[in-house]
Structure formats: C-alpha cells, structure tokens
Write a protein that binds this ligand. Structure first.
Ligand SMILES: Nc1ncnc2c1ncn2[C@@H]1O[C@H](COP(=O)(O)OP(=O)(O)O)[C@@H](O)[C@H]1O
Ligand SMILES: [Mg+2]
Length: 228
C-alpha cells in the first residue's frame, strides 16, 4: 500500500511536511508507516525510529471548529496571546499537549511519554503492540479496580496542579495498565475553569463506570462534597 500518497491527501500541508522533515533530520523519526486515527482536530500516525514504534500526533491546520478551539485555548492562563491563524492554533494545541504530557508523565507515569514537539507535530511513546494501539476503555471490560485506579490518577494530577479536561472512555487506553491520552485540552488547576473541568472529568468517569454496573457510590459522595 502506498501510505505516502494516502497520508499526503489526508493532512500533510507544506508546513507539516517541513516539520516532519526536521524531525527526520534530527534523527528522531525515520519513517511514517500508517495512520492510526483520524480525529476532528488531529490525526495520529504510527512512526518508526529504527524498530521503535512512535506515535506521531499532528494537529490539523484546517478545521471547522476554529472559534470554539480558540475559546478553550484562551481559558488557559499559560497561553498569553495567539496569532489568529489556523496553523498557529494547531501549534498552540500541540505545544500545550506536549507540556501537559510532560507534567502528567511525571505525576502519574501512565500517559504516553512525550519526547519531541515540532510546530503542530508531537512525538510520543506508542502505547500498543505491533502498530496496533491498546483499545480504548469503551471497548473493554472494566472492573472496580480500574475505576479506583483512574479515580486516583485524576486526583493525583489535580494535587499536582493539572486537569485533563476531556476525560472520557475514549481518551483512556487499556493495556497492561490504564493510560490517559489526549492532553490538548488540559489546563492548570489554578486557571479559572480548573475546578469546573476537574469536576466534569470526575463526573464523566463516574458516569461511564456506573453505566457498566460498577459501584461508584463512595466517589459520588466525594464529588458531591466537592460541589458544596
Ligand atoms: N501514544 C499513543 N499510542 C498509541 N495510540 C495512540 C496514542 N495516542 C493516540 N493514539 C490513538 O489515536 C487515537 C486518537 O488519539 P487522541 O489523542 O485521543 O486524539 P483525538 O484528539 O483525535 O481524540 C486514540 O484513541 C488511539 O487509538
Ligand atoms: Mg481523543
């Protein structure tokens, strides 16, 4: 299969190609082998550095959701001003996801370890085997232990000053452990919306596990205490 052609048709505008070329020149990436996921705002590819598998996340500079993304981005106090082009916005998201991944990796380890950021492109550990990512929590059986593990991770992040802000059964991969991915929306606890998003993340986690028949009563009362 000619991945190159397919990939080019999908997302690789000139600036993205340039960023990929830079990563290759730096020896951080040897090749891109295929597409793993096509999202609204970013695409994820399987890359290789030698035999090592790498996740290459590329924020798109064409998107229909420009105004919304700008609004969310400006809620983050670390983001002072954003030049208002789609490409700059894509870079700001990539940069934010990269920084969040670094912090989250220090705090809870179970996120993809990021190792480079170039414009709208991020390189991180590939969580999966033989080019297949670990499945999203949505498609897996789950236990009370999974709930407790994730609940505790969200609290450890909070205590360390970071909120994911987009927690769902799609942004958690279930492998040997439960990994939290997709950190482009993450923001510091101290930001104006920090607590609001943290509570929403907890609520999303509770809702999913409750739907799966897991007893979440204790967590619900802890969340209620946070509300008052
Ligand atoms: N580090 C990674 N390792 C393996 N697969 C990944 C990685 N990051 C993302 N993916 C795959 O790509 C999908 C989309 O990634 P995500 O970061 O959630 O992007 P989106 O913003 O499109 O939701 C994930 O569900 C997973 O299948
Ligand atoms: Mg996602």
């Amino acid at each position: 299969m000619k991945w190159e052609n397919e990939i080019e048709n999908l997302v690789f505008d000139k600036r993205t190609l340039l960023n990929i070329a830079k990563l290759m020149k730096k020896g951080l990436l040897d090749r891109i082998e295929g597409i793993v996921s096509q999202g609204k705002e970013a695409n994820v590819f399987l890359g290789k550095q030698g035999e090592r598998e790498i996740a290459v996340k590329i924020y798109r500079s064409e998107t229909t959701n420009f105004q919304n993304r700008m609004k969310y981005l400006l809620q983050d106090p670390r983001i002072k001003k954003v030049k208002k082009t789609q490409y700059d916005l894509a870079c700001a998201y990539a940069s934010r996801e990269f920084k969040n991944l670094q912090i989250a990796h220090q705090l809870i380890q179970d996120v993809p370890q990021p190792f480079h950021h170039e414009g709208n492109v991020i390189l991180m550990d590939f969580l999966g085997k033989e080019g297949i990512p670990y499945p999203q929590l949505m498609y897996e059986e789950v236990s009370k232990q999974d709930f407790q593990d994730l609940w505790e991770k969200l609290w450890r992040l909070w205590e360390g000053g970071l909120v994911h802000a987009d927690i769902s059964e799609y942004n958690i991969l279930k492998g040997p452990r439960n990994y939290i991915i997709d950190w482009g929306q993450g923001l510091p606890r101290k930001s104006e919306m920090g607590l609001t998003y943290f509570k929403r993340d907890l609520q999303n986690l509770i809702r999913f596990f409750k739907k799966r028949g897991i007893d979440v009563e204790e967590a619900e009362s802890r969340l209620r205490a946070l509300e008052s």
